[in-house]
Design a protein around this ligand. Structure first.
Ligand SMILES: [Zn+2]
Length: 156
């Protein structure tokens, strides 16, 4: 099953409301409103698409790519980010992300400094803070309890 945003004028198969989603099952298209969107096991889907990453072989985390895929499927319309705090000397940055879409408005914060960032991206701590903020807001938007993989520092 694949769920996409409905781009044509359709009616929900379960009620009279305008369809928000197009549901593809075995090549056939169905339509649903926000309320009648079919439940899917998110964890299973993320796992099958390679978006669940295990830290130290045990702690499951969700990739940012996986979260972005899901928010776009779930009617996201706007992603806004803003630097709330930035200390150039200690290279510490806090970013706020606000997501707006069919499910409402959700805010998340992300922070980063070279100490809390993997070596490969240490110089890009502002971008790390931004993607952490987006990941957190996306988790609230989607109702996903799993930590995002970019919130974890592996020391590599
Ligand atoms: Zn409906």
């Amino acid at each position: 099953m694949q769920i996409e945003l409905c781009t044509t004028e359709e009616t929900c198969i379960k009620c009279e409301k305008k369809a928000v989603y197009t549901i593809l099952i075995n090549g056939k298209k169905y339509y649903s409103c926000e309320e009648h969107r079919p439940e899917i096991n998110l964890r299973k889907r993320l796992e099958s698409l390679g978006h669940i990453v295990y830290i130290n072989g045990k702690d499951a985390t969700v990739t940012v790519a996986g979260l972005l895929m899901l928010i776009h499927e779930c009617g996201i319309k706007e992603i806004n980010t803003e630097i709330i705090e930035h200390d150039r000397e200690s290279k510490f940055c806090i970013v706020q992300a606000t997501l707006k879409g069919a499910r409402g408005v959700y805010t998340g914060y992300g922070d980063a400094c070279p100490q809390s960032t993997n070596r490969m991206v240490q110089a890009h701590y502002i971008r790390v803070a931004e993607s952490r903020a987006i990941a957190r807001a996306a988790r609230w938007y989607l109702g996903i309890g799993l930590t995002a993989s970019n919130e974890i520092v592996t020391g590599e």
